[in-house]
Ligand binder design. Sequence first.
Ligand code: MSP
Length: 525
Amino acid sequence: MTKQPFYITTAISYVNAPPHIGHAYEVIGADVMARFKRLDGFDVYFLTGTDEHGQKVQKMAQSKDKTPQAFCDEIAATFQDMADYLNISNDQFIRTTQESHKETSRSVWEKLTAAGDIYLNKYAGWYSVRDEAYYGEDEMTTREDGKKICTATGTEVEWIEEESYFFKLSAYEQKLLDLYESQPDFIQPSFRRNEVTSFVKQGLKDLSISRTSFDWGIKVPGDEKHVMYVWVDALINYISALGYPADKDGLMKKYWPCDVHLIGKDIVRFHAVYWPAILMSLGLPLPKRVFGHGFLLTGGNKMSKSVGNVISPRALVDKFGADSSRYALMREVTFGQDGDISWPLMTARINAELANNIGNLVQRTLSQINKNCDGKVPQPGILEDVDHALLTHTGQEMLINVRGEFEKLQFSRALEEIVRAANAANAYIDEQAPWTLKKTDPARMQTVLYVLAETIRNLGLILQPFVPVAAYKILDQVGVAPDQRDFVYIGAQHALQPATPLPKPEGVFPRIVEEEAEAAQEKTA
Ligand code: MSP
């Protein structure tokens, strides 16, 4: 049976500085989704990478006395490193300074020109280097010190006047509005769709897409004093990664259009307005979904170096490990909304749900099986209603509910479903008290422990996208073969074989000691 393709991307990150926790949050979200879809039977292609051109990166390289390329190589490596220590399962890591990407970008430029959508004129207006974005008068305010800033992002703008190529964005106004109308899921969450629709309804101006006042970018074919606007080059990564236009490996044919562009709320406009217009001009099908997640905040504030509230992804993983860090970030904040995180919040979450709830369930069940069932999968007798109820809840029912949440990228709610299932299993073990049955009814004890082992198998399977290493350990401990770990194995048809020998149980989710978390926070600060 051929598997249905599923293409998911993150934004590509600027390499002006090493990754912060917002980058980690996004790539973890995409990874959780990619892993879920793979386990659910899809042929997944997962892309992430770095955005390396533009004035911001060039300026930063200059300030460090490095060539832009050497600087990019250094910082891009820190993003690749993050993908490793967060256990990210991307199929490709694209860098926009790689030759194949530059070739695709030039070819896209030529196609846009051939379509009559590019013309030369002069740009005079405001530009924010920090945001690498052009702003209109209505999008700016004046700060106390008299400097003009973008109202939404608070970054300083500068006046630029230079010759520039323009993309005829205005020609796509109605087509874009038709797109939002006919494909209501194109922009998610839905409140972001309303923001974009009203922006487009105000009228679109043509977009300046080249610069001449610096040179760190992809040269415009046929007019090399211009470099492409970094956002045009950046958006193209989603198709250059698939080998557009030559498509030598057939990746475009297989994976385009993209299923989800996962990005932050600050760059929805680029993905939901400029990108579909460029694709329309190229005659390519449009992505199915652009999902704009919220921002991670600490104490209600945006994380920033000057405020000193930055949590680095490396420090997070050093403290909690990759699995628990992934869990805490996906659980703590509703995907799509802004959310507060802190060391104490994450510690409390990990301890309550991973250590005390799920970890404890696994630990106490497996140690009783080890002691009382000869270290083998127990032999169940006839199941009672309570047993069936737990198995149904933690089997197909849990899968269906979790899948429903994944369709909406509601990772925190998916975890809530899983935690609820683990709670039900903990209530069952307390109620059935297998430690008492050991003396009063050993056959029933075997049944109860079997039902619990089976529940743990289902939980181990469904936890894989979030905590891949720990879930693997759980599955090893209940004797699940590595080739029986897809979601088709969730539920009764593939239940554990009684008498299968099991390894000696080991704890999977260690408790985090509060003082240690505080010490780690101080160290980072
Ligand atoms: N280079 C552009 C994206 C080009 S995509 C064709 C860019 N880079 S970025 O490094 O500034 O941001 C990368 C991603 O991280 C964006 O989706 C952005 O929204 C996200 N985040 C940056 N800070 C964040 C938080 N504090 N919280 C959550 N995500 C945030 O934009």
